[in-house]
Design a protein around this ligand. Structure first.
Ligand SMILES: [Zn+2]
Length: 707
């Protein structure tokens, strides 16, 4: 069975491993989880977080000790690919069945969700999802409900029912579009009763139900049906007419696309952040380009998406912007003027949709800015409250493009009626889900670039910011150290919240590269932390001109150039910003052997004040932190410098922290975390009306007080 099965799948991945499955022999729940993980591993089978699976088996009732039938079904939230037992809800089948008796009709079906909780068998269950009844009322041991693009393409085609019937010779049933819920569960059962012997049901505009007596039979049935749908689409693709009517314009080169996207992203982010600060994502995936460059774009894009999962993530329709691929983007003000009418029109369309479709008890209107923005010749931007949501919105819109492409190849694409879309988007149960989401952190929606952040103070700042919800761009001139910081961040925060760029702060090209990395990864930039540094302490007679230049290049010119590049992005966004400069008590304290370093630090300090004076009208705040003697994990303090200092003071290197602490008013050792906390204080929301400040984080050194 296995080899023949493997051989005939071309559009889906056959991943079933007999040996692996044998480990769950007789354990239906284990097999359900195993199957679910295989299904979720192939995005052609279902979209991220989409679909659910179930099994029914006999278990012992803890209340009576007698055998009883239980259904395990994926609970609310989570993704099939990573489903674990904790993601399942387990319910008594007899109780679930008995709900049919008290069901009052479709206008009361939301109250049934509450009642699912009375059917819980396993008290460690995840909350039962809205799809519970869909699985519960079909009498099969194992059931898969997926959202495969290939099946939805048929489900959303104008004559999808006829196509399904012909393609599967009547062995796949059809249930017209209906919002998932108790009633749809009853409709599925009715479809089965009217068509005994069918092996699955297509849900109009939505997805697929398939099943089997065992986990394996369900798996193979699901794969076969999706494979059949996909081959059918492939046979018809481009036959009747070119895909999406053929291209209307050409794409720019890959480099040209990135360049245009990087120039435009901050402007778009500014528009999309008119209510809440958003994080962006950009893709120039070939499937996106084929769609955005096509003749059919103007007809299909406004229709919106079909599968509820798609439009919940992407909004009812995307915004197509009217800029040429090679539009000159060097004058942000004129580009903003050009784009303003499109955003105004989109917001009006969205509020009209809300006003037209709302019910007396509908939740308040949500953010009316677009999530998906299509730029013909260049690609697609998506904006959401965090990076993962923005990235997933892009993935879902690609799912939607796949569906439109398939539907158009075999028939014509239909989207959900606006009222149906609204009923899902503003469903009270969806609203309750949103209300249950954790509160936004203090730096949610913000993007920070920290120089010299592969270690020491810079890395501590980046971690603090990421911990508090920011997206961070790590940068350093030391590639090895940067790689290890990347690995560290990936492990601690996941892949979505950070990007990294090798950057020498004295090189304009590398600075431009790091800023471009930030903009392409997250859509813009809100916080710059100038932290990269170097220290050279020498008496006048030993201080070389090269050393002088190095100090001034890194500390002063570096701070200037990075601020300049960052401010350019902040001004395009028009949403203010923060510059934090990590200076030193040496900017204020005079001592011997420090002419180069101390004067460069003083220049950094005054440059900060000058910038604060210049940037206030843009709501860009510039503040300074003066640390002293932060030794832990610092490159400056590694090797010769620390040894030199230790020798000068007549102590051992390891005694330096305590030695420095003694020189402070508070007798404190200063660690990188202390500087990071000070940075958070400046940008975390409590000091929003402060600029041009100097904050010492040095344990208290009277000589370093600002006068
Ligand atoms: Zn579904």
């Amino acid at each position: 069975m296995e080899s023949t099965a493997t051989a005939h799948f071309k559009h889906v991945s056959y991943l079933w491993d007999e040996k692996e499955a044998a480990r769950y022999e007789g354990d239906q729940v284990g097999l359900l989880i195993y199957r679910s993980n295989l299904l979720g591993a192939d995005l052609r089978l279902t979209n991220y977080g989409g679909g659910n699976t179930s099994c029914k088996a006999i278990a012992s009732d803890p209340l009576t000790g007698k055998p009883t039938e239980v259904m395990w079904v994926k609970g609310s939230g989570g993704d099939l690919g990573t489903l674990k037992k904790s993601g399942l809800a387990a319910l008594y089948m007899d109780r679930l069945e008995s709900l049919k008796k008290i069901y009052r009709g479709v206008q009361f079906e939301d109250e049934m969700v509450e009642l699912f909780n009375h059917c819980i068998y396993d008290l460690a269950s995840r909350a039962p999802s809205i799809d519970t009844a869909l699985h519960g009322f079909l009498p099969f041991k194992h059931i898969d409900h997926l959202h495969p693009d290939a099946a939805i393409a048929i489900a959303a085609a104008r004559d999808g029912k006829k196509i399904t019937n012909e393609l599967f010779n009547g062995t796949i049933g059809w249930v017209e579009w209906q919002r998932p819920g108790f009633d749809l569960g009853l409709k599925l059962r009715q479809c089965l009763d009217e068509n005994p012997g069918i092996r699955g049901i297509m849900l109009g505009s939505h997805g697929l139900f398939t099943w089997g007596d065992t986990a394996f039979e369900s798996y193979i049935n699901t794969l076969e049906i999706i494979e059949r749908c996909a081959s059918y689409l492939e046979e018809h693709q481009g036959k009747k007419r070119p895909v999406f009517g053929g291209p209307r314009i050409e794409s720019l080169t890959p480099e040209g696309r990135k360049q245009q996207a990087a120039s435009l992203a901050p402007i778009l982010r500014g528009f999309c952040s008119s209510e809440t600060r958003m994080i962006g994502h950009f893709t120039d995936d070939e499937r996106v380009l084929q769609f955005v460059n096509s003749k059919d774009l103007d007809r299909l894009a406004p229709m919106g998406t079909s599968c509820p999962d798609h439009f919940l993530r992407t909004k009812i329709s995307p915004l197509v912007i009217n800029l040429g691929p090679d539009e000159d983007l060097s004058k942000p003000a004129s580009i903003k003027d050009k784009l303003t009418p499109a955003f105004v029109a989109y917001r009006r369309m969205y509020s009209d949709y809300y006003e037209t479709c709302k019910h007396p008890d509908s939740p308040a209107i949500r953010d009316s800015n677009p999530v998906v923005i299509l730029y013909p010749g260049v690609g697609m931007f998506t904006f959401a409250k965090d990076k993962q949501t923005a990235r997933v919105a892009a993935e879902f819109y690609i799912n939607a493009i796949n569906v439109m492409r398939g539907s158009e190849a075999i028939s014509s694409y239909t989207s959900l009626p606006r009222q149906e879309a609204f009923n899902i988007e503003y469903w009270l149960l969806e609203e309750a889900k949103l209300q249950r989401m954790p509160k936004a952190k203090s730096l949610s929606g913000r993007i920070a670039l920290i120089t010299g952040s592969a270690g020491g103070i810079g890395k501590a700042i980046a971690k603090k910011f990421a911990d508090n919800g920011a997206c961070v761009v790590l940068s350093d001139n030391d590639e090895e150290r940067l790689k290890s910081a990347e690995a560290d961040f990936k492990k601690q925060f996941g892949k979505d919240v950070f990007a990294s760029a090798k950057m020498d702060v004295t090189r304009s090209a590398e600075i431009a590269g790091a800023v471009k990395t930030a903009v392409l990864a997250f859509g813009g930039l809100d916080i710059i932390v100038n932290n990269a540094g170097i220290s050279i302490s020498k008496p006048l007679e030993d201080h070389s001109e090269n050393e002088w230049d190095l100090l001034y290049d890194i500390l002063v010119k570096g701070q200037f150039l990075i601020t300049q590049s960052g401010v350019d992005v902040m001004r395009k966004q028009g949403t203010g910003g923060d510059v934090i400069n990590i200076v030193s008590k040496n900017a204020l304290v005079s001592g011997p052997n420090n002419a180069g370093y101390g004067s460069a630090k003083a220049a950094q300090l005054h440059l900060s004040r000058l910038n604060a004076a210049e940037l206030g009208s843009d709501k860009i705040r510039v503040n300074v932190i003066n640390p002293d003697a932060v030794i832990a994990d610092s490159k400056i303090w590694a090797g010769a410098w620390a040894e030199g200092r230790a020798k000068a003071y007549g102590v051992k290197v390891e005694e330096l922290p305590a030695f420095y602490a003694k020189r402070t008013l508070l007798n404190e050792i200063i660690v990188p975390e202390d500087i990071a906390n000070a940075c958070l204080a400046f940008v975390g929301g409590l000091l929003g009306k402060s600029t041009g400040n100097v904050l010492n984080v040095d344990g208290g050194i009277a000589m370093g007080f600002v006068r």
